[in-house]
Design a protein around this ligand. Structure first.
Ligand code: ZN
Length: 285
């Protein structure tokens, strides 16, 4: 499924792009077809109909894209200023959705390289792939392009970080993100979300995902499991619902002391933990 409009969609079938309409109940809201969906299509009298949607592995809501494999989280260091809590908030949300996060430190042409390396050290040790790019000089774009192979990818990150310039530099397709994010706010505006075919049979969404972050709705004691570097220690904590905060015999804090978990990631964890605790209080009274 490449793109969806109100009454029809385009589907890629054996390398051909075919326009299809929806059969009966697929017109209903709750079983709506989205970009990224795998669908069964039948052809009768030259008309293609989408019969059924294959169960999804995930579905982003803003923008609606199904079966996302990977998100390239684009950040700069000073333009706009680096926000580690924001980065971790996105990465936690990605883990929750089962989407592989990749950190892309952009603006290699203007940012301080020591600070870029410092950021890579933090996120590599957390288990994330981290690469440096510049849409201006083309630095790192070959490496970035290899990540698209065979996957559905969305770009994420703060505005001004250079997401759309990166995709333009990669595919020659200029994205109208400013315009789109405006249009998206209009309640009655219909938006096509398109998946652009790219390197090695990969697909990239034409509009960035995770533009408005919602708090991941997990119980506080499960938040640690959304941090790859904490997850491997969390099951060894003495208390089964350990929050890794002040509890005794906490395997996560042991790992922090040994330097296996970075102070930066742990501090941000505490910020998000506080939010999760507050939310749980409101929810359960
Ligand atoms: Zn613990």
């Amino acid at each position: 499924m490449l793109s969806v409009h109100s009454s029809e969609c385009t589907v890629l079938i054996d390398k051909d792009t075919v326009t299809c309409s929806f059969r009966g109940r697929l017109r209903l809201e709750d079983s709506q077809v989205h970009a990224g969906d795998l669908v069964h299509v039948s052809r009768m009298d030259g008309i293609c109909m989408v019969d059924r949607i294959v169960p999804r592995k995930n579905l982003l809501t803003r923008p609606p894209i199904a079966n996302v494999d990977q998100a390239i989280l684009v950040t700069a260091i000073t333009q706009p200023p680096l926000d580690l809590v924001y980065l971790d908030r996105v990465l936690v949300q990605l883990e929750f959705e089962g989407i592989q996060g990749v950190l892309c430190v952009n603006k290699h042409d203007i940012e301080n390289h020591d600070e870029m390396r410092n950021l890579r050290t933090i996120y590599s040790s957390a288990g994330y792939r981290c690469l440096f790019t510049s849409a201006v000089t083309g630095y790192g774009l070959d490496e970035l392009a290899t990540l698209f192979c065979g996957r559905i990818t969305v770009f994420a990150g703060q505005s001004g970080g250079g997401k759309s310039k990166l995709i333009s530099a990669l595919s020659g397709i200029r994205l109208r993100t400013g315009e789109l994010s405006q249009a998206y706010r209009g309640r009655h505006t219909t938006r096509w979300i398109k998946l652009i075919r790219t390197f090695g049979d990969g697909y990239v969404a034409d509009t960035p995902g995770f533009s408005r972050l919602e708090l991941v709705d997990v119980p506080p004691h499960e938040l640690g499991f959304l941090y790859p570097e904490m997850k491997k220690h969390a099951s060894f904590c003495h208390f089964p619902r350990c929050l890794h905060k002040t509890e005794s015999r906490c395997a996560v804090r042991d790992a922090l002391e040994k330097g296996e978990i970075t102070q930066e990631r742990y501090s941000n964890y505490l910020v998000l933990l506080e939010e999760a605790v507050e939310r749980a209080k409101r929810k359960y009274g």
